[in-house]
Write a protein that binds this ligand. Structure first.
Ligand code: IVH
Length: 694
């Protein structure tokens, strides 16, 4: 009977038939998984297997209430069915700063030289290696045995994908010889171009999702709840960096790459040890010239300072290391037509003109929209509806319009007029003096801002509520289920409203409640970021969390700082990395009573953890406020700052009674005087170095 049922298209199935099919598919797929995954002896082709899974998915999406607890779509090796377990990285997984032209690379080298106070003739060796366009992973070995694979996630916390990673042919499962007890290797998982084409052909044949590019395909394959699916997708792995490692394995990155190869990892064969800028740029050009002939996508060259002791001294700034940079290949371009220019209102109320384009392929991706940034950009390039334009994509960023091509009719088309009101809510759209952006003043009455704020609130770097995506937020908002940030948590009390909705049901609602419960506690920096205050991104949120420590202290300080000349205002002004324009947005946020209500409401719903400084309890600098003044001799000012911060200190630009130490070099003036007046401990640079080394 199941033979004939198998021929019925999912959309024609009746509930009884659907239930029977789901049961049969679950059993059959499990059998094939067992054969393929455990016994290495598949009895069907990949295409037939994929078709079974696609059918299962299709029936489940038509009959969401019938999803079985043993459904193949839910099954995972060791992880719970709701998704992957979260893992905290022992060392953050960083991103890289970008260089676009040779001068940026020269600046990078000069910056390294300055930071380390190297003489002009001291050579800086650089390892240059291709930047693989895939997904970074962390691979942990315990006494030479592979024990855990994780995604990068937000850099601090990723997902446990051990079972999936184990299926990669390039992964050494056991490392022999001289291996440190704890070894964490980082690298990039990618899908080759040939494997990508084959996969998409298979997906197309079975009516399954087509991937836009190899990187998305690799991501989709790696994040499969069922490792058997990952195993069927051909993924490669290049190892390129060290995570947490017990003991010393190498003095230089180049030697570390050799270690990796000895341990059985694939490292990229195009990497090179360069002695100077010319060699570095030479490698960049050679690689770019035959980039298209490689079987995998690369989007630039990564340069890394070779000496690991230098890397340690250079440390990081924001989320990127000072010892490495990615030199991007120039963007790929294409010609197309502007079909219309529309205004999009972002979550912070900024009006962005967007060009809707005749679809065109650029760098392997079909593009139909491009950002036009702001009023001036459209005016400067004089982009008009109907114009022929050149667009380009640089890496993952949104495509941009580069220039208008003269087709002889440009002048006949009407010039684009930037609106004076918000197209979403009709409130005034204002452009402040000297600012590029135009803002809608509608705040939470503006649907674009309210919905976008809610979406931001549940997004990955913020509350990260699993299973609650942008589409759900829009639908809940449209139906009046949520209008403020706190309503998101109150969804847990609205079982009847949610369960009966199309595409929901009891199970999905229970999952949502579980996801909300899991997020009722979160760190202060994520909370601040989640509020969606203009200009307060993840790095700024972290800086604020670090400065103020608790939600209580931060809220009080922000309220007090609204008074010009107050101590709170001065403290805010003295935080490194927070400029006047960010301060203006922060204070404007707190000036709005509605926003203060939102925070108060949230405090009743979630618990916000105080900021926990990195493990520096034993350091004499932990929790201290330090001011550097005068000329430093042993360290550059930046290195001194970075070192103090890494030991848990706050570095401030001005002296107050809260200052614990003033480190004064030759030439120190008013700050030194003020310190002496207030009785603050004054140290020479040498004293300070002794203090921190002891
Ligand atoms: S080194 C921060 N080397 O690029 C230092 N990264 O934009 C650790 N990537 O998240 C990364 N190829 O996913 C390094 N040869 C390479 C790389 C590489 C690709 C990725 C990696 C990282 C991203 C940063």
């Amino acid at each position: 009977m199941s033979g004939s049922l198998r021929d019925v298209p999912p959309t024609d199935l009746l509930p009884m038939g659907a239930a029977a099919e789901l049961k049969a598919l679950s059993r059959e797929i499990a059998e094939h998984d067992e054969r393929y995954y455990q016994q290495d002896a598949p009895s069907i082709s990949d295409a037939v297997y994929d078709a079974l899974r696609a059918r299962n998915d299709a029936i489940e999406s038509l009959f969401p209430d019938m999803v079985r607890s043993d459904s193949p779509s839910k099954k995972v090796g060791a992880a719970p069915a709701a998704g992957f377990r979260k893992v905290r990285h022992s060392k953050p997984m960083l991103s890289l700063g970008n260089a676009f032209i040779a001068a940026d690379v020269a600046d990078f080298l000069a910056g390294v030289r300055r930071f380390l106070k190297l003489a002009d003739d001291e050579p800086i060796e650089i390892v240059a290696e291709p930047k693989i366009d895939g997904l970074s992973v962390s691979l942990t070995y315990n006494k030479g045995r592979f024990v855990r694979g994780a995604t990068r996630g937000d850099g601090t916390e990723g997902e446990d994908i051990t079972a999936n990673i184990r299926t990669l042919a390039d992964l050494p499962r056991v490392i022999e010889g001289n291996v440190p007890d704890v070894l964490e290797v980082r690298g990039e998982v990618y899908m080759g171009k040939a494997a990508f084409a084959e996969l998409n052909a298979r997906q197309e044949a079975t009516g399954a999702k087509i991937f836009a590019n190899p990187r998305n395909a690799a991501a989709g394959s790696l994040r499969q709840l069922n490792p058997a699916v990952t195993a069927r997708r051909t993924l490669g792995l290049f190892a390129y960096a060290m995570g947490e490692v017990s003991g010393n394995v190498a003095e230089t990155h180049w030697d570390f790459l050799a270690c990796l190869r000895r341990w059985g990892f694939a490292t990229n064969p195009l990497g090179k040890l360069c002695k100077n800028l010319d060699q570095v740029l030479g490698l960049y050009e050679d690689t770019e010239a035959h980039r298209a002939r490689l079987d995998y996508d690369i989007d630039g060259i990564v340069y890394k300072v070779n000496r690991l002791d230098w890397q340690a001294r250079l440390g990081m700034v924001s989320r990127s290391p000072r010892w490495a940079i990615a030199h991007k290949f120039p963007a790929e371009k294409a010609k197309t037509i502007v079909e219309s220019i529309e205004i999009q209102v972002g979550r912070t109320g900024v009006l962005t003109p967007v060009a809707h384009l005749e679809p065109v392929t650029v760098g392997g991706v079909v593009v139909s929209r491009a950002t036009l940034h702001n009023e001036d950009y459209v005016a400067e390039k004089d982009i008009r509806t109907g114009d022929a334009v050149v667009i380009y994509r640089a890496g993952d960023v949104i495509p941009r319009v580069d220039e208008v091509i003269d087709d002889g009719h440009h002048d006949e088309r009407p010039r684009f007029v930037f609106p004076g009101v918000c197209p979403e809510c009709g409130s005034q759209a204002i452009r402040e003096d000297g600012m590029a952006a135009t803002h809608c003043v509608g705040g939470l009455v503006c649907p674009a801002q309210a919905v976008e704020r809610l979406k931001h609130f549940v997004s990955r770097g913020a509350f990260d509520i699993e299973g609650l995506g942008g589409k759900h937020i829009e639908a809940f908002w449209d139906d009046g289920l949520i209008s403020t940030l706190g309503d998101v948590f109150r969804l847990a009390e609205r079982a009847t409203d949610v369960v009966d909705r199309e595409g929901w049901g009891r199970t999905s609602f229970d999952n949502l409640v579980a996801a909300l419960t899991e997020r009722r506690t979160l760190p202060l920096d994520r909370f601040i970021y989640a509020l969606g205050i203009p200009q307060v991104g993840q790095a700024t949120a972290r800086t604020l969390a670090k400065q103020y420590g608790s939600l209580e202290a931060w809220s009080i300080a922000m309220n007090d700082a609204r008074i010009i000349g107050s101590e709170a205002r001065e403290e805010l002004g003295n935080i490194n990395g927070i400029g006047e324009s960010v301060i203006a947005d922060l204070l404007a946020f707190f000036a709005e009573p509605h926003n203060r209500e939102v925070i108060k409401d949230l405090r009743g719903l979630v618990s916000v953890e105080d900021f926990s400084a990195p493990a520096t309890e034993n350091s004499p600098m932990a929790g201290k406020t330090v001011v550097f003044t005068g000329t430093l001799e042993a360290l550059s000012r930046n290195e001194a700052k970075a070192r103090a911060e890494s030991l848990g200190a706050k570095v401030s630009g001005s002296v107050s009674k809260k200052t614990d130490y003033v480190v004064a070099g030759p030439g120190a003036g008013s700050k030194l005087k003020k310190a002496q007046g207030l009785g603050v401990t004054v140290l020479t640079e040498e004293d300070w170095l002794v203090l921190i080394s002891g």
